[in-house]
Write a protein that binds this ligand. Structure first.
Ligand code: 3PG
Length: 410
C-alpha cells in the first residue's frame, strides 16, 4: 500500500494552504468546454473551506514558454472555479509570485479562495528552480498537491514547494493513487489493457511494461499497423513505422514469454484518404489494398476485442483504436466503449480509462460516466502505466516515509 500524507493529517484551520491543482482544461473562446478537472477538485476544496482554511490555488495553463501570454491567463478560469464551488467568490492574483501575489494572499480571510496567475508565465517554474519554489512556498503555511495530472513534471510547484512546507495529497491525488496503484497490485484478474493511438514509438515503454503486467493486451489504432506489418501483413498506405519492425517483434516475443495474450485487429475499415465521409469499405486484415489507408479497426475486431474483455475482471484503456475524430472512423472506438460500458454496468468488469484522446473519445461516445474510473491524467496516466515513478508522487511518498520514521522513533 502507498503511504503518503493526506488532508486529515494536517491541521489547516486558519492556515494559508497552497493547493497545486491542474486547470489545464479545454477552452474555446475563453469558456471552459470540459470542467471535469475542476469538478474533481471539489472534495479537496470543500474539505479545506469547511475547515476555514485560506485557500490559494496554484496552476499552470497550456505552455506559454516562461513569458506572459495574455491569451493563456488563468483569469477566465475564475468563473468556472467559482461556479463549481456553487457560486462562492474566487479572488484572482495577477501574478503567482512577487508583490501582487503577496498582497492578494495577505488580504485573504479564513474560508476564502484565491487563484493565482499561470505559473508557467515564469520560466523558473518548468526549470524546477529552487528559489522560485521557495518564493511560492513563502506565500503559505501548508502545501497540498492535488494535481496528479501534472505530477509527471519536475516543476517548481510540483516537487519544489514541499522542501519548505508541510505537505499532503489532496483528495483527487489520493483517489488517483489508490485506484492506479491497484492496477499493478490488487486489481482483480484477468486484467486487460487496450492500447491505441498512432505510433508504437510513442508507447514503446508502455507496451513493454504492459506485456509484463497484463494478462491480455489489445492493440488498436494505427500502432496496430506496425505490429501487422512486422508479422508480414501488407498495410498499404497506412501509417506505420517500418523501422520499429524488430521492436514490435520483440514486444510480441516478450508477451509470449510473459504469458500475456496479444490481440490484434482481424479486419479494418479502409479508405483512400483520412477525410470525413471518405468512401470506405471493410476488409479482412490480410486483404488491405496497396493504395488503401487503414482508418479504423473493423466490426469483427470490435467483436473480438469485446469477447476478450468479457473474460476479464479489470480493463484499462489508453488510446482510441481508430481515427475517432473523423467520422465514420469513430465507429470502433464508440463500439468498444459501449461494450465496456455494458460489461461495467453488469458488474462483470471494473473499467479504468485515462489519457486526453481516450477521454475525448469516451465523451464523444457519451460514455465517460459509464466507466468505473476515469483518470484526470493524460501524460501522467501514461507514465504511470509505463511503471514510472512520477516526481510529484515521489515527493508525497517521501513525506509519508518520513512521517512513518518519526512515529516509529517516538
Ligand atoms: C496535462 O494536461 O496533461 C497536464 O496539465 C500537463 O500538461 P503539460 O503536458 O503541458 O505539462
Amino acid at each position: 500500500m502507498m503511504d503518503f500524507p493526506k488532508l486529515e493529517d494536517l491541521s489547516v484551520a486558519g492556515k494559508t494552504v497552497l493547493v497545486r491543482i491542474d486547470l489545464n482544461v479545454p477552452m474555446t473562446g475563453g469558456k471552459v468546454t470540459n470542467d471535469t478537472r475542476i469538478v474533481r477538485l471539489l472534495p479537496t476544496l470543500n474539505f479545506l473551506l469547511k475547515k476555514k482554511a485560506r485557500v490559494v490555488l496554484l496552476s499552470h495553463f497550456d505552455r506559454p514558454g516562461g513569458k506572459f501570454v495574455p491569451d493563456l491567463s488563468l483569469a477566465p478560469l475564475v468563473d468556472a472555479v467559482s461556479a463549481a464551488l456553487g457560486g462562492r467568490p474566487v479572488k484572482f492574483g495577477v501574478d503567482c509570485i512577487g508583490p501582487a501575489a503577496q498582497d492578494a494572499v495577505k488580504k485573504l480571510k479564513d474560508g476564502e479562495v484565491l487563484l493565482l496567475e499561470n505559473l508557467r508565465f515564469h520560466a523558473e517554474e518548468e526549470k524546477g528552480n529552487a528559489r522560485f519554489a521557495e518564493a511560492l512556498a513563502a506565500l503559505g503555511d501548508i502545501f497540498i498537491n492535488d494535481a496528479f495530472s501534472a505530477s509527471h513534471r519536475s516543476h517548481a510547484s510540483i516537487t519544489g514547494i514541499a522542501n519548505y512546507l508541510p505537505v499532503a495529497a489532496g483528495r483527487l491525488m489520493q483517489e488517483e493513487l489508490e485506484v492506479l496503484s491497484g492496477i499493478f497490485s490488487s486489481a482483480q484478474r484477468p486484467i486487460a489493457a487496450i492500447v491505441g493511438g498512432s505510433k508504437v514509438s510513442s508507447k514503446l515503454e508502455l507496451l513493454a511494461n504492459l506485456t509484463k503486467t497484463m494478462d491480455t493486451l489489445i492493440i488498436g489504432g494505427a500502432m496496430a499497423n506496425t505490429f501487422l506489418y512486422a508479422q508480414g501483413y501488407k498495410v498499404g498506405k497506412s501509417l506505420h513505422e517500418p523501422k520499429l519492425k524488430s521492436a514490435a517483434l520483440k514486444i510480441l516475443k516478450n508477451a509470449e514469454k510473459n504469458k500475456c495474450r496479444i490481440v490484434l485487429p482481424v479486419d479494418a475499415v479502409v479508405a483512400p484518404e483520412l477525410k470525413a465521409q471518405s468512401p470506405c469499405r471493410i476488409t479482412g486484415i490480410d486483404k488491405i489494398p496497396d493504395n488503401g489507408i487503414i482508418a479504423d479497426v473493423g466490426p469483427a475486431s470490435v467483436e473480438l476485442f469485446a469477447r476478450e474483455l468479457s473474460r476479464c475482471k479489470t480493463v484499462i484503456w489508453n488510446g482510441p483504436i481508430g481515427a475517432f475524430e473523423i467520422s465514420p472512423f469513430d465507429a470502433s472506438s464508440i463500439g468498444l466503449a459501449r461494450a465496456i460500458a455494458r460489461l461495467t454496468a453488469a458488474k462483470k468488469i471494473r473499467s479504468i480509462a485515462g489519457g486526453g484522446d481516450t477521454i475525448a473519445a469516451l465523451m464523444h461516445a457519451g460514455l465517460a460516466d459509464s466507466f468505473s474510473y476515469i483518470s484526470t491524467g493524460g501524460g501522467a496516466f501514461l507514465e504511470w502505466l509505463e511503471g514510472k515513478t512520477l516526481p510529484g508522487v515521489a515527493v508525497l511518498l517521501k513525506s509519508g516515509a518520513k512521517k512513518h520514521k518519526a512515529k516509529a522513533a517516538r
